[in-house]
Design a protein around this ligand. Structure first.
Ligand SMILES: Cc1cc2nc3c(=O)[nH]c(=O)nc-3n(C[C@H](O)[C@H](O)[C@H](O)COP(=O)(O)OP(=O)(O)OC[C@H]3O[C@@H](n4cnc5c(N)ncnc54)[C@H](O)[C@@H]3O)c2cc1C
Length: 499
């Protein structure tokens, strides 16, 4: 099912690139980060080409919940302890500034995108988490960040405690992108859709971005593909993982509340209101898990729907969608130079599910780099940082998952099941002629068989029964049941197997 934001063709379509081009700047990826960066650079008069492998904003940005906030979980206690007061304060300021920048863009360009100032609240229903709230409040006080502790909420269940930030916001991300695209066109930026970049090569003082049949010669490259598709020398695949979440949109048949809400710890439940054809509906998101883990409908959308029915017994579920985002091991996005070895290539990734503000921060930092202006937040997000990885559990998790998928899953005995054992509308890896084959059977019993090996770095894929996709447990690439690649970092489709 399409997300609420993508259900109508709001953004116009652009042609595929069919000729070789020369440009000052090539932006690869047309999500909120790529488009925001194109917006700023076109305003400065640069010659910009943006290429998007699919349709603009059809990937993570089209499936977000679009809260625009500097409240990123309980991050300030963590930042204060790990990096000190100045650093934590700057992280907050960068994100607050991003909210202001987004509002300024909307007002200056008269973008109608349901932008609404809201409070953002992080809450707990669990007594054992009160201490975490207290620690965060203490950190916020020390950082002079305005926040309120509140023990009540308009949510349909009792909370124990929460922290409220004022002056946060929400919007419709696709209507916002539509407004940005208009400014890019007005400032002579070129946009191409259905145009995948497969490689970037250095040639004297330029870079060549290769698409299927053409090339773009450029001075600057901005990798805005969410998960970088270039593996070396950046090795981002060793610095972050992907986490999936699910969203449902419901007509609660009740009056709705103001404010955006999210709880502290797993299972995550996130709430915000949104407009659906003039009527307010409620979006409930959450139930995060590492992308590529085995998942079925019951434990994803099913759980959210079950909760929704308890909280709003007369509700009607109108939308269901899922997506995933890159999570960095130290909880801070990677923004700036892609690698010390490749000057003039920039990246913005690892937005940790807070990409509405982070993408604006990234667009500003990279625009300032290209226009040779100082940016006081640049050092916080430096993409080439080699800080000690403080989140040791995540590192262990990533290594063991990758080893399992690259080595153990390959030597694991194949399932003894055969095609007849696979139920309609589900998929499984079985052995055919001594080889592992990923088989999906559709509702009419038609078989789709693929080699279940990720085209990124060769990990064995898992079947995702909630979305009917093959997902990579190592780096989060995803493929539809026919083998078409739908999400990065892989860019090639799966090999089809004849059976
Ligand atoms: C369920 C969920 C809820 C979220 N809710 C919030 C929220 O409330 N607030 C918030 O701040 N953040 C939220 N986020 C995070 C936020 O949505 C993302 O961080 C943000 O949308 C990422 O934008 P992006 O431009 O980096 O990526 P994308 O939107 O994925 O854009 C990248 C684009 O690059 C294209 N591309 C990829 N490879 C190539 C290639 N080789 N050549 C050409 N094009 C390519 C893709 O097709 C894609 O369109 C949420 C995330 C999830 C998973």
């Amino acid at each position: 099912m399409k997300s609420l934001w993508l259900k109508k063709d709001i953004i116009e379509n652009f042609p595929e690139l069919k000729e070789n081009l020369e440009s000052e700047i090539c932006i690869i990826g047309g999500g909120i980060f790529g488009i925001s960066t194109a917006h700023y650079l076109c305003k400065y008069g640069y010659k910009v080409v943006l290429i998007e492998r699919d349709e603009l904003a059809s990937k993570v940005t089209g499936h977000t919940t679009a809260k625009i906030t500097s409240q990123h979980g309980l991050i300030y206690h963590y930042l204060l302890n790990q990096y000190g007061k100045d650093f934590a304060k700057k992280y907050y300021e960068a994100n607050q500034k991003a909210i202001e920048n987004i509002e300024k863009i909307i007002n200056t360009n008269n973008i109608e995108c349901d932008f609404k100032k809201q409070t953002s609240n992080i809450y707990t229903t669990n007594k054992s988490e009160i201490q975490k709230i207290e620690e965060e409040i203490k950190a916020l006080n020390e950082l002079n960040i305005k926040a309120k502790k509140i023990e009540e909420s308009p949510l349909p269940f009792k909370i124990i405690s929460s922290i409220e930030f004022e002056n946060q916001a929400q919007f419709n991300p696709i209507k916002y992108i539509k407004g940005l695209v208009k400014t890019i066109k007005e400032n002579n930026g070129l946009i191409f859709e259905n145009t995948t970049c497969y490689d970037i090569k250095k040639e004297k003082n330029s870079y060549i971005c290769y698409t299927k049949n053409n090339k773009i010669k450029t001075k600057y490259v901005i990798i805005a593909t969410q998960y970088p598709f270039v593996n070396f020398p950046g090795i981002y695949f060793a610095k972050m993982y992907q986490s999936s979440s699910y969203v449902i949109g419901l007509d609660t048949k009740t009056d709705l509340f103001n404010g955006m809400y999210i709880n502290i710890q797993s299972p995550i439940y996130s709430f915000r209101t949104a407009f659906d054809e003039g009527k307010e509906i409620l979006l409930i998101g959450g139930l995060d898990h590492k992308t590529g883990e085995n998942i079925d409908y019951k434990n994803s959308y099913g759980l959210l729907e079950e909760k929704a029915k308890i909280w709003y017994p007369s509700c009607e579920i109108k939308y269901r969608w899922s997506t995933r985002d890159c999570i960095t091991l130290d909880k801070i996005p990677y923004i700036g130079e892609f690698s010390n070895m490749l000057p003039n290539i920039y990246v913005g990734t690892g937005f940790n599910k807070w990409g509405m503000t982070s993408s604006n921060i990234a667009a500003r930092i990279i625009t300032d780099k290209i226009t040779e202006k100082e940016n006081e937040y640049e050092y916080i997000f430096k993409a080439t940082r080699i800080n000690p990885i403080v989140n040791k559990d995540e590192v262990k998790n990533m290594i063991s998952q990758t080893t399992k998928s690259l080595v153990m899953e390959r030597i694991k005995e194949n399932s003894k099941e055969n095609i007849d054992d696979i139920k309609e509308e589900t998929g499984k890896i079985i052995e055919i002629r001594g080889e592992k084959v990923g088989v999906y059977k559709d509702i009419d019993g038609k078989i789709f068989a693929v080699k279940p090996v990720c085209t990124h770095l060769g990990c064995i894929l898992n079947w995702n029964d909630a979305d009917k996709t093959w997902d990579c447990p190592c780096h989060g690439s995803r493929f539809d049941y026919k083998g078409k690649n739908i999400n990065n970092p892989a860019i090639k489709d799966l090999e089809k197997i004849k059976i």
